[in-house]
Design a protein around this ligand. Structure first.
Ligand code: FAD
Length: 466
């Protein structure tokens, strides 16, 4: 007989409530991870993210073994086949299931079936709602509804934080008895090693987070918008698969910068704001389930008939639009699996408002490449940029990619790094090299921004009634 901890996007041993609770049950603990490449594919999960997960699970296995907790890492096709694994574990003596809640559609369906499976066998199921710092549904306005704009949500969120603080759970002490199980199941396969630039040891990742919260975060406010500077935390992939929790990040920030956290424009306060954005989009996803079904938050914008030119889309994907900042950004994504936040906003706006392509195409492409791909943050970011979401940038405010480039990559350092065709250009020309005939090996612009802008205004006006 044993307690079962089912790991999914919460691949850590510290601050892990399901693990803590299972260890308190008095039963020996078995941990489980099921790789589901079929479902990952269905969700367009990037190969680099899949690899990071597989590598992280092997490190987790080691870390759990120090607690005398075996991790069973198996390979199954998809979420449906997880149920057979769980059924076999019930047969083998699982008495209760412990896991962290997930909010996406198929994950919810999978977990409902898993719950039924356990409960129908008379076993208990415990889900802990800890993906966001405040559980979805717990930060509401005076009418007990979810906020639809960020700023009042943030205010209420901060009030709750001040009221109840952050609880971070200790790593359990080593357990006495480890259940020995021999089950006939295929072991989890190794990945393609594409994520090797990322550390996967929990201690190393925690150390990276601590260092960031101690030092660099102080300059966050000044430097965060400049992609050439490498001034953001780079923790998104770890938050996405749960190597660290948002609770740990906020607790650390409070420890280091208790006083300045209340000052709206300090680096730590602005970084905290980004973590609140992460919570906000999770809350929005749970409150408005149409989002999980790929609907626009502002329903009328789903009436827009996007031209969706496949050649323009391909040029965007390949980083060959003739707009240097867009191309540099897309090449960063394609080469590293990560893109700076300012650039995500620029390329998303460009795809929708310059190339007139449905934001869902971009959302899907991002998912298929990002190491930190996360449905709530990605969908929220795309709908924000496309002016179809909450808080949306009004549709008539359209980023000018050249002006953005001049503001946020003023010397052109980032462009030079990613677009070798332009590496010799001085700052004055790099943002818009087209009048210079000698740079003909760089692609010509695929659209004219000022014309494209007018088309966007028409597309939106046709469906907006106000
Ligand atoms: P930091 O600046 O150090 O921020 C700290 C953490 O806060 C991040 O790791 C992330 O967990 C969270 N965060 C920061 N900004 C946001 C935001 N706008 N929304 C939600 N959470 C945020 N982030 C993802 O984690 N996964 C995605 O799939 C994703 N897709 C995006 C798509 C678009 C179109 C846009 C505009 C943004 C997207 N973001 C996404 C948000 C943001 O760009 C990344 O979280 C950030 O660039 C990650 O780098 P970092 O860890 O250095 O961030």
């Amino acid at each position: 007989e044993f307690a079962l901890v089912w790991y999914r996007n919460d691949l850590r041993t510290y601050d892990h409530l399901p693990l803590v609770s299972a260890c308190q049950s008095g039963l020996p603990v078995l941990a489980l991870f099921i790789a589901t490449p079929g479902s990952w594919q269905q969700h367009h999960m990037a190969p680099i993210k899949q690899d990071l997960i597989r590598r992280r699970v092997r490190a987790l296995e080691q870390e759990l073994s120090e607690l005398n907790i075996p991790l069973l890492a198996v390979e199954a096709e998809d979420y449906q086949s997880c149920l057979a694994v769980l059924a076999a574990l019930i047969q083998a003596g699982a008495q209760a299931l412990y896991a962290e809640t997930e909010y996406e559609l198929r994950e919810q369906q999978r977990d409902a079936k898993a719950t039924a499976l356990f409960q129908n066998s008379g076993k208990a199921v415990y889900f802990s709602d800890r993906r966001a710092l405040m559980p979805p549904g717990s930060v509401l306005n005076k009418s007990s509804e979810m906020y639809q704009v960020f700023t009042p949500f943030k205010k209420a969120w901060l009030q709750q934080l001040a009221g109840r603080g952050v609880q971070v759970h200790k790593r359990p002490a080593p357990q006495l008895v480890a259940p020995v199980l021999t089950l006939d199941m295929p072991a989890m396969q190794p990945g393609d090693q594409s994520s090797l630039a990322y550390e996967v040891g929990e201690q190393q990742v925690l150390e990276q987070m601590r260092r960031y919260c101690q030092v660099q975060v102080q300059d966050y406010q000044q430097k965060r918008d400049f992609p050439a500077l490498d001034a953001t935390s780079g923790l998104s992939a770890y938050l996405a698969i749960g190597v660290i929790s948002v609770h740990q990040a906020v607790a650390r920030l409070q420890l280091e910068h208790g006083q300045t956290l209340n000052q709206g424009d300090s680096g730590p306060a602005v970084w905290l704001s980004e973590l609140i954005w992460r919570d906000f989009y999770i809350h929005i996803l749970v409150a408005f389930p149409q989002l999980i079904k790929h609907k626009a938050f502002q329903a009328e914008t789903d009436q827009i008939v996007w031209p969706n030119d496949p050649q323009l889309f391909q040029a965007w994907c390949d980083g060959k639009t003739g707009y240097p900042i867009v191309d540099a950004a897309m090449r960063q994504l394609n080469q590293t699996g990560w893109m700076h936040n300012r650039l995500r906003m620029i390329v998303a706006s460009f795809l929708v408002k310059d190339l007139h392509i449905d934001w869902r195409w971009g959302e899907r492409y991002f998912m298929s490449k990002l190491i930190d791909g996360d449905f709530a943050a990605n969908n929220g970011g795309w709908q924000w940029a496309a002016s179809t979401g909450t808080d949306a940038a009004p549709y008539f405010r359209i980023f000018n990619p050249v002006t953005q480039s001049e503001r946020f990559d003023p010397k052109g350092d980032f462009i030079r790094r990613m677009v070798p065709e332009l590496a010799d250009l001085p700052a004055a020309q790099i943002h818009w090299p087209h009048p210079l005939p000698m740079w003909s090996d760089y692609v010509a612009p695929v659209v004219d921004h000022s014309q494209a802008r007018l088309i966007t205004l028409q597309l939106f006006k046709a469906v907006k009634h106000s």
